[in-house]
Design a protein. Sequence first.
Lengths: 203, 203
Amino acid sequence: MYLRALIGLAEDGTTTCSSEELAATAGVNSAKLRKDLSYLGSYGTRGVGYDVEYLRYQIAREIGVTHDWPVVIVGIGNLGHALANYSGFRSRGFRVVALLDADPTRHDEVVAGLDVRSFEDLESIVSDNDVSIGVIATPAVAAQAVADRMVAAGITSILNFAPSVLAVPEGVGVRKVDLSIELQILAYHEQRKAVAPGSEDAS
Amino acid sequence: MYLRALIGLAEDGTTTCSSEELAATAGVNSAKLRKDLSYLGSYGTRGVGYDVEYLRYQIAREIGVTHDWPVVIVGIGNLGHALANYSGFRSRGFRVVALLDADPTRHDEVVAGLDVRSFEDLESIVSDNDVSIGVIATPAVAAQAVADRMVAAGITSILNFAPSVLAVPEGVGVRKVDLSIELQILAYHEQRKAVAPGSEDAS
DNA sequence: CTCTGTGAACATTTTCACAGCT
DNA sequence: AGCTGTGAAAATGTTCACAGAG
């Protein structure tokens, strides 16, 4: 979040910023921002603030986005399509090296300049491109099998868009994005507003 | 999460479950699950567990997904496309009533059985369908303007996929989904593994 | 005099552990 | 006997408030 905020400031031509400004841009409290950044080291200047470019580089280095990470996407339905075309990945240091789908009728398609390949090619793609991050955009029923195969092929981080909890071995990282849960959270607050109008936060 | 886990159990024919089982399905600790559910009331039976259907209904009622929520999606690029077609919304009580895009060349298109309409129609659509939830899938630069217009039209909850922090009035709920941040978190853990192999969690 | 970096205070979340219901 | 519901404890996260650097 801070990295993105810094990139935004840099694009606006800002060279220096205070914790207050950066916190506002990122949408957090300035004390929290300073505490968070303090864990990385002392990259600010007292009485002045932070140098945007310098801090940006330090954060990028810390979180490991100074070099490209090759990524494979499995499941080229609507969501896989969108992910393959999502420019935010490329601009943030991720390079989609392959799109895989179990459905052979999709293997003709070219999406985002890559042709959709067979899921059978997973192992060779992973070893050839040294891939350690996989994205699952399949239906829920297929997700666990895809994850197992990814892990067997040597992938150690999985971003899961399927609405299912994945069981993976120790040492494999999984993050889940569930679009409908986000909407349900909004609906919950909507309902509360309707029932008891008054105190409500905007987070 | 618990609701989804319960739906999964119900589909498998399970009629009763313990906090241990449900927690495992949802991927959390059983004590946490019991504490969470206790805030809703005492819907379990000591010595037995929870009735799947009963608990499912109680949670659905609590979070407000017993009736349909009309939703509008603004920005029908790749992501908007995917969201419009995402079956998870419909099955979880959300009904996409309109797809809007500022680009007139897209107004011919029919996506997911709905035709893409002009962003100018926002106000009438919101009032005609009593919409209180809006989804922003536009580029970052357009997001704030779209949000402002949504709020003016009467929308009080926004799901934002654009990588920008939205400023909204008190009382308007915003949730943000940033796909590249999730990948960055995985990359961070990958880098840590490479540097200092050993203790690593699989969350 | 301004703004960072940080110990200490405060707040929230998670887990433990067990009383008590069925 | 088995499992929920829940106080109390532990862990974690956030904010305050100020010493001290520039």
